[in-house]
Design a protein around this ligand. Structure first.
Ligand code: COA
Length: 229
């Protein structure tokens, strides 16, 4: 809604985006799949999620990613603006796998964290990397503004925060002549379909010997194709 504004992330937003991730992503299948022990080890979950986003801020300020946040009046104190949603994008030219990535390490997996299933982290990376290469790089080359993450605080769902952030990315993609690829879970898929994203394929993740498996929809929106409609 009109009360929502967006802006690039600042270093002081770190705690807010960690809180958004920790409260919103458990509704996304991939998070539950990768961090099945988050309830047993809440201190690890917080510590390593914090570290993960701190690393993301480094690569962002190094020019590799863009993080846009959405703000809205705080429900508990409407005189105050609160960061209620975040979106993380790989700047065009930095979409992995790219052998020319800048000399800043992308966020690491931290397999020592006790809240995760390390084998699943590896399988997840391998599957998404393979799918990125086969479907996204195969179709768009480096002509892509990859959407890595999107999340809104549950108390602020269905107020248009994710839509506003997505529209920002689609506008940028249109201006720069690039596509917007991403992986969607069941919740995200509804949002992206509404904006005309198309499914290019399915990423499947499964650790050998485990019954649990994860499916994600590999989706993309291309302004070039949109114009033809
Ligand atoms: C998916 C998510 C980011 C949407 O955030 P949001 O700020 O509530 O999104 P918006 O208010 O802009 O919703 C836009 C549209 O998406 C669809 N949508 C969003 N949430 C939905 C839900 N729970 N059920 C059905 N459709 C939904 C609707 O079409 C909605 O438009 P409408 O409200 O006019 O019907 C949020 O639910 C979330 O953080 N989920 C957990 C994390 C996650 O799954 N992230 C996406 C990973 S791919």
């Amino acid at each position: 809604m009109s009360m929502i504004t967006i802006r690039p992330i600042k270093a002081t937003d770190l705690d807010d985006i960690v809180n958004i991730a920790i409260t919103a992503f458990p509704f996304d299948e991939q998070w539950v799949y990768r961090y099945p022990y988050k309830k047993q080890f809440p201190e690890d979950h917080l510590k390593f999620t914090h570290l993960y986003y701190a690393e993301y801020l480094n690569t962002t300020f190094a020019g590799q990613n863009t993080i846009m946040v959405a703000e809205a009046p705080d429900l508990d104190d409407p005189t105050r603006l609160k960061v209620i949603a975040m979106s993380i994008w790989d700047n065009p030219g930095n979409a992995p796998p790219n052998p020319d990535l800048p000399a800043v390490a992308p966020p690491s997996n931290h397999p020592e964290r006790r809240d995760c299933n390390p084998a699943r982290l590896i399988a997840y990376s391998a599957s998404t990397m393979g799918t990125r290469k086969a479907l996204f790089v195969g179709k768009f080359g480096q002509r892509q503004l990859s959407l890595r993450q999107m999340a809104t605080l549950p108390d602020y769902w269905r107020r248009g925060a994710a839509s506003t952030l997505l529209e920002w990315g689609m506008e940028r993609a249109r201006r720069e002549g690039v596509a917007v690829p991403m992986f969607a879970g069941n919740m995200g898929k509804k949002l992206y379909e509404k904006f005309g994203f198309k499914e290019l394929g399915i990423a499947h993740v499964q650790v050998e010997g485990e019954e649990e498996e994860l499916f994600m929809s590999a989706m993309a929106w291309d302004p070039k194709e949109d114009e033809l409609l």
